[in-house]
Design a protein around this ligand. Structure first.
Ligand code: NAD
Length: 439
């Protein structure tokens, strides 16, 4: 099938190269000329395992090309809209980029083509897209929804081996046309769920809100474990063995972040409020996460026992295996520390430049960042932190505090080297320090 993917970011680029590997002919379109030039030269511009190789293969096979010219959508059967839908000031999703593409589609798309929202868009957006097409005299263009569930850091794998594909359309012919894009996945046993557009749109938000709620719940349990002397790892392992629950997304951490869960929960709350329905669950998860992230700096200070001079933060990205800094909890942590007069030096394997407005030094190794610091904070679960040379770390640091927001390390070897380990949700850890600081 001839498919255009408009927006070649994390979702659009991964979708484009993976669909090319499945045998479709793809044109990737983006307004960012520098990005497009890089992509055409085989440079993904973002970090995702396996992406560069797949891009290279697709370019060499002439299965994919990139352009800034939206007019290139004229020849395609299907237009996948994969532009960003960031959070606006009111919390709702900003759909201006989606609607810009729809307006361009009224001019360029061929008769009977399908315009598909792959971007995460609130329930009801499909109806607005249909109205915009009708206003542009293009009621012949068909509309579908095909939300994307890939996880950054595993994006290529997730696209090619998804738990499910969801396609939404309001007529049977469009639905089958959409499902046929994923025929090779269906043949290998992937469920391809067919539903109407509104349901497909809501499935995406319902999924992300559930994941956010699960994480907020586990974090709350971790806090309780610390106070009552239980182990969060044992609790979540045992709970996760229950077939009704599943073990994934059961890891305590500094709070959920990234480009999806925070903005999608906010957008869903906006949908609740405009629809007249009431949210108790999603709003509680959002509020719990807000408090958790706002308290990160105080947790570190409590662990040290006084306001430290210099803290090393290991990990700036919102999770390992991605270079994405959008809405990362590390950023709240660093701001919280610097606002309290603490100097911060960061190290992240994939980040050399800080986002605007963040004041910290950037080191080029974990040990270099830790050198002379009163405390080290593990904020992202990068594997290299698990393998750190503990003796070298103890010698490099001025202080002895290691705050482990990812439970990457075990306490015993750290303690043997004279370091104090403050993991999450383990007995006698942060809770003692936080309670002590309150006395
Ligand atoms: P991104 O910011 O990485 O990419 C968006 C791209 O769209 C950018 O390259 C930008 O230049 C381009 N763009 C913006 N306006 C454009 C226009 N008018 N015409 C052409 N290109 C335009 O965003 P992303 O992370 O890929 O997310 C895209 C959508 O997918 C969002 O709705 C997001 O919620 C959803 N989503 C993201 C993930 C994820 O893990 N990142 C997972 C599932 C769904």
């Amino acid at each position: 099938m001839n498919i255009a993917v408009v927006g070649t970011g994390y979702v659009g680029l991964v979708s484009g190269v993976c669909l090319a590997s499945m045998g479709h002919d793809i044109v990737g379109i983006d307004i960012d000329a520098e990005k497009v030039a890089g992509l055409q030269a085989g440079v993904p511009g973002i970090f995702e395992r396996g992406l560069e190789d797949l891009l290279d293969t697709a370019l060499k096979a002439e299965r994919i090309s990139f352009s800034t010219d939206i007019g290139k959508i004229a020849d395609v059967d299907v237009l996948l809209v994969a532009v960003g839908t960031p959070q606006s000031d009111s919390g709702e999703a900003d759909l201006s980029a989606v609607y810009a593409v729809v307006r361009a589609a009224t001019v360029h798309l061929k008769h009977n083509a399908i315009l598909v929202t792959k971007s995460t868009v609130p329930v009801g957006t499909g109806d607005v897209v249909k109205s915009l097409l009708a206003e542009g005299g293009r009621s012949d263009v068909r509309v579908a929804s095909n939300p994307e569930f890939l996880r950054q850091g595993h994006a290529v794998h997730d696209f090619l081996h998804p738990d499910r594909v969801v396609v939404g359309a309001d007529d049977a012919k469009t639905l089958e046309h959409m499902a046929s894009i994923y025929a090779s996945l269906a043949e290998s046993g992937v469920p391809v769920l067919r539903t109407n557009i509104k349901t497909a749109e809501l499935i995406k938000y319902a999924t992300n809100a559930f994941l956010a709620t699960k994480l907020a719940y586990v974090n709350e349990m971790a806090d309780l474990c610390e106070i009552v002397g239980a182990s969060i790892e044992d609790v979540t392992f045992a709970v996760g063995l229950d077939e009704r629950i599943s073990p994934s997304y059961m890891t305590a951490g500094p709070g959920f972040g990234g480009s999806c869960l925070p903005k999608d929960t906010q957008a869903l709350l906006h949908t609740f409020s405009t629809s007249g329905a009431r949210s108790h669950m999603v709003s509680a998860a959002v509020e719990a996460n807000h408090h958790r992230r706002a308290a990160l700096a105080d947790r570190v200070i409590a662990a040290v026992g006084h306001r430290p001079e210099l803290v090393a933060v290991w990990g700036l990205t919102f999770k390992a295996d991605t270079d994405d800094l959008r809405d990362s909890p590390s950023i709240d942590l660093i701001r919280g520390l610097t606002n309290r007069g603490v100097d911060v030096v960061i190290y992240d394997p994939l980040v050399r430049e800080l986002p605007d407005g963040l004041s910290a030094k950037v080191a080029d190794s974990a040990i270099a960042a830790a050198t002379g610091s009163d405390a080290v904070v593990i904020a992202t679960e990068w594997p290299e932190f698990i393998d750190i040379d503990i003796e070298q770390l103890a010698v490099a640091m001025s202080g002895t505090t290691v705050v482990d927001f990812r439970n990457s390390l075990t306490s015993e070897p750290l303690n043997r080297a004279g370091l104090d380990h403050f993991p999450l949700g383990r007995p006698s850890s942060l809770a003692d320090a936080v309670n002590e600081s309150r006395r």
